[in-house]
Design a protein around this ligand. Structure first.
Ligand code: THU
Length: 149
């Protein structure tokens, strides 16, 4: 398997944020709740939200009609809206142990809706990789921008 180079997407983790490792651990905990009987690939996600204590979690939820399956990041974003909303500063995503699990294209768009410049935290060996959503997904569709132009 070829290893993906994440370097073009890396950014520093702000010193005034709670540790990226804690956010990623929350995503790894959420992963335990994944409902993935079809792919058997469990994913967890956790959002760090501005001015809000704790983390907002999600896990993937699959369906017998495969195309209806929902990714962990979108469940987390839905949980954020359903629990009062707020601006997510960072999302952590946990897939296979020790491996970075990049958000799919649909999730990049979905997350950008709530903050196009949020940070993305992934597992990288025993440590974390901190990436920029704006670098991973530079030109999201944002209705406010379309309406302005
Ligand atoms: N999956 C996620 O939850 N997040 C992603 O960003 C990529 C894929 C899920 C969807 C499906 O349940 C399983 O992983 C295999 O594709």
């Amino acid at each position: 398997m070829t290893t993906l180079c994440l370097d073009p997407y890396r950014v520093p983790w702000p010193e005034d944020y709670p540790p990226a490792e804690d956010l990623l651990r929350a995503a790894e905990e959420a992963r335990a709740f994944a409902y993935a009987p079809y792919s058997r690939f469990s994913v967890g996600a956790a959002l760090l939200v501005e001015g809000r204590p704790g983390y907002v979690m999600g896990c993937n939820v699959e369906n017998a009609s495969y195309g209806l399956s929902l990714c962990a990041e979108r469940i987390a974003a839905g949980n954020l809206a359903a629990s009062g909303g707020g601006r997510p500063l960072a999302v952590a995503i946990a897939g296979a142990e020790g491996e970075p699990c990049l958000p799919c294209g649909a999730c990049r768009q979905f997350l950008a809706e709530f903050n196009p410049s949020m940070l993305v935290v992934l597992r990288e060996g025993a440590g974390t990789a901190v990436l920029s959503l704006a670098a991973l997904f530079p030109a999201p569709f944002l209705l406010e921008r379309e309406l302005r132009s």
